[in-house]
Design a protein around this ligand. Structure first.
Ligand code: UD1
Ligand code: CA
Length: 459
């Protein structure tokens, strides 16, 4: 039977108190709605998944563009029933229609699958996922009949004191027989305190027509947590982080004090790598085997080969480190910096758009920008590439085995030849030929006996 999934994600999410649409807020490193789309991809092809967008529609589309799902716009947010109605011409009128909300990010694909199977093998008009909560405040309450079928769903705002005591809640995930849904959806009316078209009214509507609705009660309520406030966002983020760390540990990564690390969903880490406390490993970072990620390091969109050592408090963004490279503590790589195999970067060194050749070293206090550095080069403490003249950026090239003395200032564009030496404290403004020594500094002057002459008032 064909299955289509509609994900409602048009609301602003007033209770978030945010300028940004709720479904764009991130948990576990991904926008909330992307988690739901990922689960939906477990049961349907992308072209059979429709996301209803409204608030910040362009941003939501952009965030999901890579998934290949389709979009329908709900210009005015008049409720969940109205949001689904917008899809009438975008989805098949037969088969099964799964509806999920974009703010329920912990839902697993396997739960979607169970729901669809249950509905497909029943004679119900629809089946919905429910759970029991100690504190059901805010959720729609599910009323069931003697046979365990769903009689009605009452929203918090419309419920009687008696109904508010019900702790069986509506998760917001349903599987409908598409033919019946589309035949009766127009019967939903905004006759509630919020004047919204509640999708949940379909329960009573279908019952009135003599159909029955199934109840799929799940015991793990955490999977159904709907995000309405930033408190719930933090709770879900924590759960997703724990899951990610757990999976990595089961796959052979050592994580010290896992409750302190932040690792995004898409990150991959190889076996026997050690992740120390308070690290943040974000975006599309990939880390090889046998690496060490030191305490407090922040890595975003970084690529690390095997055996890379990142010492504590190092910041690496959109950069690459080849096998056996070492960096830190307190170092920074950004904008496509590339440390080749076995190279080493030490404390308070920054590399931007620069390549450090294999076996080369920059161990202390340096800025290397727009530079290409060969193999086995030594960059002395305090070396600065002056790559910016206030208008444009210029490149620096340093040949293999060159030795750049401490506190050198390399005024770009400039080239330092292979096997050459730059004397400490030099300001280099012209090319240094291969194999030569360049000195670009004032000559030292000694005045013998100067102190005594000064004391005598003579100087
Ligand atoms: C909804 C359910 C409630 C359930 C709860 C589970 C209804 C009427 N109530 O309540 O029974 O217990 O979810 O989390 O359905 N949306 C649109 N367009 C709209 C309105 C909402 O796309 O016009 C989207 C929102 O972006 C959101 C989702 O639908 O992703 C749910 O909306 P929300 O306002 O959070 O519903 P709840 O009040 O939580
Ligand atoms: Ca909600």
């Amino acid at each position: 039977m064909n299955t289509t999934v509609v994900i409602l994600a048009a609301g602003l999410g007033t209770r978030m108190k945010s300028k940004r649409a709720k479904v764009l807020h991130k948990a576990g490193g991904l926008p909330l709605v992307e988690h739901v789309v990922n689960a939906a991809l477990g049961i349907a092809e992308p072209e059979r998944i429709v996301v209803v967008v409204g608030h910040q529609a362009a941003q939501v589309r952009a965030a999901l563009a890579h998934t290949g799902v389709r979009f329908v716009e709900q210009k005015e947010q008049k409720g969940t029933g109205h949001a689904l109605l917008m899809c009438r011409d975008a989805v098949p009128r037969d088969g099964l229609l799964v509806v999920g909300y974009g703010d329920v990010p912990l839902l697993a694909a396997s739960t979607f699958r169970r729901l669809v199977d249950l509905q497909a093998n029943s004679d119900m008009a629809a089946t919905l996922i429910t759970t029991r909560l100690d504190d059901p405040t805010g959720y729609g309450r599910v009323l069931i009949d003697e046979a365990g079928r769903v009689r009605a769903i009452v929203e918090q705002k419309a419920a009687t004191p008696e109904q508010l005591k019900v702790n069986l809640i509506n998760s917001g995930i349903y599987c409908f027989r598409a033919d019946l849904l589309w035949r009766y959806i127009d019967r939903i009316e905004p006759n509630n305190p919020a004047h919204e078209y509640y999708l949940t009214d379909m329960a009573e509507i279908l019952n009135a027509e003599g159909y029955h609705l199934g109840n799929m009660e799940v015991s793990d309520a955490s999977e159904l947590l709907g995000i309405n406030t930033r408190l719930e966002l933090a709770a879900v983020d924590r759960i997703l982080r724990e899951r990610k760390a757990r999976q990595l540990m089961l796959d052979g990564v050592t994580i010290e004090k896992p409750e302190t690390v932040t690792i995004d969903a898409r990150v991959s880490i190889g076996r026997d790598t050690v992740v120390e406390p308070f690290t943040r490993i974000l975006g599309a970072t990939t880390i090889g085997e046998d690496c060490v990620i030191g305490a407090g390091a922040v890595l975003c969109d970084a690529t690390l080969a095997d055996g890379v050592e990142v010492a504590p408090y190092t910041h690496i963004e959109a950069s690459r480190l080849d096998a056996g490279a070492h960096i830190g503590p307190f170092a920074r790589l950004r904008m496509g910096a590339h440390l080749e195999a076995g190279s080493s970067v030490g404390n308070f060194v920054e590399l931007k758009k620069s390549v450090l050749g294999s076996g080369s070293k920059a161990q202390h206090l340096a800025y290397l920008g727009d530079s290409t550095i060969g193999e086995k080069v030594n960059i002395g403490a305090g070396t600065i590439t002056c790559n910016y003249d206030g208008k444009k950026k210029s490149p620096t090239r340093i040949g293999d085995r060159a030795f750049v003395g401490s506190n050198s200032t390399l005024v770009a564009p400039v080239e330092i030849g292979a096997d050459s030496y730059v004397g400490a404290g030099s300001v280099i403004t012209a090319a240094v030929p291969e194999g030569s020594l360049a000195l670009g500094r004032g000559r030292q002057v000694i005045k013998d006996g100067w102190v005594a002459r000064r004391k005598a008032g003579a100087d």
